[in-house]
Design a protein around this ligand. Structure first.
Ligand code: ZN
Length: 260
């Protein structure tokens, strides 16, 4: 069976400082090579935010957010339908973030994140401010992709925001998988993408599907810090997973969520 594949979790880049590959000097990478890597793997569409670890490059964290979001829009111009941009908001900059949400809505961009608090200098005590932003985003039916740092934080977010789709990133090891499952059982607006750590543990995906169903699990890699080829294999070649389930995970769920 041939599956259409959408990679829900990537971090495309323009500048070297935005490229989070740990082996960058061995990979001959550029914005054009991103396109060819995914085409080669028969991945038709990628989603996600531009990130940058180099906070010292910017006078303020909001200027970093701006730069990453501007780069995402530049890449959208360059890549066309291949790329669904995700944008950043920052709970330390509420007014600026509210304006960004409205502006992105006008541009037709409805994916927030992946948000990665530890990269952008915010922590759990920002939940009240983040809530103001998520309430605004919910008005526009946005989807928020969120790094799994602390499960307690994700639980608190889910408890407060039943009206916005929250996609947690990375299944993680067994304890983490169980926390995702518990949250997804409790809140039907919670999703999980398969990027990063977790999928390589045998039975992870089967357990997720048996516990919460195949409708809220999304294929994702976390390119360029992770290798999308491995994640394709992890779903495509998993003998425990049925074709109908693979089809949902590879593309149908993302299409429904993002109205593609
Ligand atoms: Zn990521």
């Amino acid at each position: 069976m041939n599956f259409e594949i959408i990679d829900f979790h990537t971090h495309p880049f323009m500048l070297r400082e935005q490229n989070i590959c740990n082996h960058i000097d061995f990979c001959n990478m550029s914005p054009d090579s991103t396109l060819s890597v995914f085409r080669e793997l028969k991945i038709s569409t990628i989603c996600g935010s531009v990130v940058c670890f180099k906070n010292q490059m910017f006078p303020t964290l909001w200027e970093k957010v701006r730069c990453n979001n501007d780069t995402a829009m530049e890449l959208k111009q360059r890549y066309g339908d291949f790329y669904i941009p995700g944008f950043h908001i920052h709970p330390g900059y509420v007014e600026e973030s509210l304006a960004e949400i409205r502006s992105m809505h006008e541009k037709g961009v409805h994916l927030i994140g992946e948000l990665v608090p530890y990269i952008d200098g915010w922590t759990d005590d920002c939940l009240d401010n983040l809530s103001v932003l998520l309430k605004e985003a919910a008005k526009y039916n946005m989807v928020v992709s969120f790094h799994t740092g602390g499960h307690d934080f994700l639980d608190a977010m889910a408890e407060r925001h039943r009206d916005i789709a929250i996609v947690a990133a990375h299944p993680g090891e067994c304890d983490s998988v169980l926390r995702h499952i518990a949250r997804m059982k409790k809140y039907d607006n919670c999703y999980l993408d398969l990027s990063g750590t977790g999928l390589f543990r045998y039975g992870t995906l089967r357990r997720l599907i048996d516990e919460v169903g195949a409708d809220r699990i999304l294929f994702g890699s976390d390119y360029p810090t992770c290798n999308p080829a491995m994640f394709i294999g992890g779903v495509m070649l998993d003998p425990l997973i049925r074709d109908s389930e693979k089809e949902k995970i590879f593309s149908l769920n993302a299409k429904k969520l993002l109205s593609l």
